[in-house]
Design a protein. Structure first.
Length: 311
């Protein structure tokens, strides 16, 4: 996903296609009246998600098989349809529906899909990596191209949140952006798992239990693959196999990434300016300053000092 805010106003069909493809993954955009077509797109990364708002003339966004490659990010795309005109036509695989004002729709961007909106469209779109949703990614993916009315419950809360987010994309500072991103993921899970509860297999349930256990003890410098495996009655080899199948990563790499992400967040948060880098790292179970410096540079391309300065 493209990092940083993106604003393209009065875009042509080609410009909209380029902008949409740059922030998510390769897409094809067509319009019935290309000569008179105009659209505005505003997009920004919010935590782990990409949030965009598209307003303008009628058009079709498609993810044809010819543009899908194995190197594309594995994303789920969630749209909120805000215009009161003709409903949008959505389809993916065997599912087809019409999305009315206030409806939410999910698309799996690893497979072909098609979304056609009418004139004066106003669509909020969220692109989020499947890995951020854990076992719930499959729950959302099973609901592709089906309209989910957002007039009650968690769906209504999510829709209100997205409308507010679309109006204030440029106003989120780095620390706030991370927290807003976390809230967005939680609301997405609440909205779509409330609508269709997931059936977990045992391996997915065990991985989730291990994640919860590890995050609850993340400040413990002794937390490691051996201690976690022992706490759950499995071997270290089984632990790594579970994570490689469910999260496309080893447990050690996942834990290191979780710690570094939290250290980065604290370093960028002015509330922690009174703490040394070592104290911030220790809060998340990292006590080797030399290892920390290399790890931050490798993961984020910046030192601790640069992360604090580049807010």
């Amino acid at each position: 996903m493209h990092r940083g805010a993106l604003h393209v106003h009065r875009a042509t069909v080609g410009e909209l296609e380029t902008a949409a493809s740059s922030v998510l993954a390769p897409l094809a955009v067509t319009a019935p009246a290309a000569d008179g077509f105009r659209a505005d797109i505003d997009a920004a990364v919010v935590g782990c998600a990409l949030v965009a708002r598209v307003r303008g003339s009628g058009h079709t966004v498609a993810r044809p098989a010819r543009v899908i490659t194995s190197t594309d990010p594995e994303l789920l795309k969630i749209t909120l349809h805000r215009s009161s005109g003709h409903p949008a036509r959505v389809e993916q695989g065997e599912s087809q529906s019409r999305a009315h004002q206030g409806d939410l729709v999910v698309f799996d961007m690893t497979r072909p899909y098609r979304l056609a909106v009418a004139d004066d469209c106003d669509v909020m779109a969220v692109g989020i990596p499947r890995t951020e949703l854990g076992r719930h990614a499959d729950t959302l993916a099973r609901q592709t191209a089906r309209r989910l009315p957002a007039d009650t419950g968690a769906q209504a809360v999510l829709a209100t949140f997205l409308r507010g987010l679309g109006a204030h994309l440029d106003e989120l500072a780095a620390p706030a952006e991370a927290h807003v991103g976390d809230a967005l993921v939680s609301l997405l899970l609440a909205a779509f798992t409330e609508a269709a509860p997931a059936r977990m297999d045992l391996a997915a349930e065990l991985v989730d239990r291990i994640r919860v256990f590890a995050l609850a003890n993340i400040a413990d410098p002794c937390l490691c693959a051996e201690s976690v495996a022992a706490a759950h009655g499995i071997s270290v080899r089984q632990l790594h196999r579970l994570f490689s199948r469910r999260a496309d990563d080893s447990f050690v790499a996942w834990l290191r990434g979780e710690r570094l992400d939290r250290i980065r967040r604290d370093l960028r948060d002015p509330a922690h300016d009174g703490r040394t880098t070592a104290a911030v790292a220790a809060r998340w179970g990292v006590h080797d300053p030399r290892h920390l410096a290399r790890a931050l540079r490798s993961r984020f391309g910046e030192t601790a000092r640069e992360l604090r300065q580049d807010r």
